[in-house]
Design a protein around this ligand. Structure first.
Ligand SMILES: Cn1nc(-c2ccccc2)cc1C(=O)N[C@H](Cc1nc2ccccc2[nH]1)C(=O)O
Length: 165
């Protein structure tokens, strides 16, 4: 039997690449339903098997001088350093841990440098591919009503995240 030259690693499940002696060319055979095709079957890219899952999250963002946009509703020109922003967010995080998760909304309104502050930091629902990757990965790793233990850093600054749905 001919070894699969391409390893068949990007063929959909069940499909193997074979060689037709009579036609002297490759063809594809599906060992699950015994169908064959001259054309290489494509992986299902409709994404139906990809989870179209969404999460809902709120966050508190503290920006710094190297933030992508070092300005916010709170401060026209943000000059604190990244380290100072981190320290400021750690204090906020401890305050929420002491006061309880229900204080997140109020504290976000007062402290967050994101324009979502006016909504208690609520960003609404989002799927993968929408937010900056470190933020997305952290948000999708949380369970509902869980607040990120680690501070998450993106090009916008430093965040704490609360997943709400
Ligand atoms: C993603 N997003 N949603 C809102 C928002 C949502 C609801 C109501 C008002 C604003 C603001 C933003 C946004 O990007 N804000 C940026 C800051 C920022 N950068 C982020 C990176 C990841 C997640 C949220 C983030 N927010 C800004 O104000 O400079």
């Amino acid at each position: 039997r001919k070894r699969q030259s391409d390893g068949g690693d990007d063929l959909p499940p069940g499909w193997v690449k074979r060689h037709s002696k009579s036609k002297n060319r490759s063809y594809y055979f599906n060992t699950e339903n015994n169908t064959s095709s001259w054309d290489r079957p494509r992986k299902d890219t409709s994404g139906e098997e990809k989870k179209s899952e969404q999460v809902k999250a709120s966050h508190i963002l503290i920006k710094h001088r190297e933030s992508r946009r070092p300005s916010s509703w709170k401060e026209e020109n943000i000059t604190r350093t990244s380290e100072e922003a981190l320290e400021k967010l750690k204090v906020i995080q401890r305050q929420i841990e002491e006061e309880g998760i229900e204080s997140f909304d109020k504290i976000a309104q007062e402290e967050s440098d994101c324009s979502s502050a006016k909504r208690g930091g609520d960003l609404g629902y989002f799927g993968r591919g929408k937010m900056q990757k470190p933020f997305e990965d952290a948000a999708f790793a949380l369970t509902v009503n869980e607040m990120s233990k680690e501070i998450v850093s993106t090009e916008s600054g430093h965040h704490i995240i609360l997943r709400t749905a």
